[in-house]
Design a protein around this ligand. Structure first.
Ligand SMILES: Cc1ncc(COP(=O)(O)O)c(C=O)c1O
Length: 363
């Protein structure tokens, strides 16, 4: 049996340090927005070479609060992709704005700058660019587009901790980078968590207010906010994980290279020059994806589809008015993609077994 993912092997590797971090918080008597969160924010900002990081409750809130901090709200249009976790789209709606869904580039599964350009109207105020699967989007073209049209540029880095575009970490290229620390992510907490990073002190201050009921100082409110705080336990765990992020990403890239070298009969992920993939997911493409997935399941190899139904074709979002066929590359991806096992603790030998099974099924 090779599961699609498991988190226990990584916990076992780090157990001593994680337990020590959790005990430190438990014994400190301070559980929300305390010294661990402050230290994690400083370390996470520093990792990205930026001035500020603001811890929030989850990655969905990170996107919503980044939009709010950037002044986006009712009446504004925000361009993003339909080929993403639904959270990207719902976060835009929670900020009060209208998501406008553009198509992807099939090589990288990320926002196609030409399609984004075509979606701009006089109401467009922001782009939410998703570095899906850990693959950086075409940031040069998207940044140019954002500058030309004075759009706020937010990077959804939920799947791309530590990925790089032309030597810069993703999240540090646009106006703000939004992260999720959901346990399965490249840097996962032991519960929900998220953060927004930025070099802009005004955005950072607004984020700090937004996450804490809009408080500017104790019991004083200048704006309306919400409750979206990172807690001390999660911050303490994340400090342990951050120290290993680059090492864990290097292992993810090793696994991806092994897949690349041993898969012949399916389309493997692309590696455009200047982009360093963080391989949150290793996603192949195959015309007979459903049959391949079933045959792998018969051999006890777990796979998943990220994501089988694009946002514009979900029942929940019919009112966006996008019919089948309106985002052809997104829809083709949804029909053909398959995510293979990839986690810290997966052995080379297991990767080779997955490759051999795929070649045998397809051969
Ligand atoms: C691309 C993307 N954006 C946003 C999110 C939302 O993160 P969270 O689950 O922490 O709210 C996720 C995680 O599922 C994601 O994969």
């Amino acid at each position: 049996m090779i599961p699609f993912n498991q988190l226990k092997p990584l916990h076992d590797l780090l157990a001593d340090e994680i337990h020590e971090a959790l005990r430190r918080v438990a014994e400190s008597g301070w559980y929300i927005l305390g010294p661990e969160v402050r230290a994690f924010e400083a370390e996470f900002a520093n990792y990205h070479g930026l001035a500020r990081a603001v811890g929030v409750a989850n990655g969905t809130d990170a996107i919503e609060l980044a939009l709010r901090a950037g002044g986006i709200g009712v009446g504004d249009e925000v361009i993003t992709v339909a080929h993403t976790a639904m959270a990207t789209v719902t976060a835009i709606e929670s900020a009060g704005a209208k998501p406008v869904l553009a198509d992807i580039d099939l090589e990288t599964y990320t926002l196609d700058p030409l399609s984004a350009r075509g979606a701009i109207t006089e109401r467009t105020r922001a782009l939410v660019v998703v570095h899906l699967y850990g693959q950086p989007a075409d940031m040069d073209a998207l940044k140019t587009l954002a500058e030309e049209h004075e759009l706020l540029l937010i990077e959804d880095c939920a799947q791309a901790h530590g990925a790089q575009y032309k030597g810069r970490k993703v999240g540090a290229i646009g106006d703000m980078g939004a992260f999720s620390f959901y346990p399965t992510k490249n840097m996962g907490a032991y519960g929900d968590g998220g953060a927004v990073i930025t070099d802009n002190p005004e955005y950072a201050e607004r984020l700090e207010q937004e996450r804490n009921y809009g408080q500017t100082s104790r019991y004083t409110h200048q704006t309306r906010g919400t409750n979206s705080r990172l807690d001390e336990m999660q911050a303490a765990v994340l400090r342990v994980k951050l120290k290993r992020l680059d090492k864990h990403n290097a292992r993810r890239r090793e696994i991806a290279a092994l897949y690349d070298a041993n898969l012949r009969s399916v389309t493997t992920p692309s590696a455009p020059a200047g982009r360093q993939h963080a391989y949150h997911l290793y996603v192949i493409r195959d015309r007979n994806r459903d049959a391949l997935m079933a045959a792998l399941a018969e051999r006890n190899i777990g796979t998943l589809i990220h994501y089988p139904i694009p946002a514009h074709l979900q029942d929940s979002h019919r009112d966006l008015g996008l019919a089948v066929g309106s985002l052809p590359r997104t829809e083709k991806a949804a029909r053909e993609i398959l995510s293979l096992p990839l986690y810290i603790g997966l052995s080379d030998e297991e990767v080779l077994r997955v490759c051999a099974a795929i070649e045998d099924i397809r051969g």
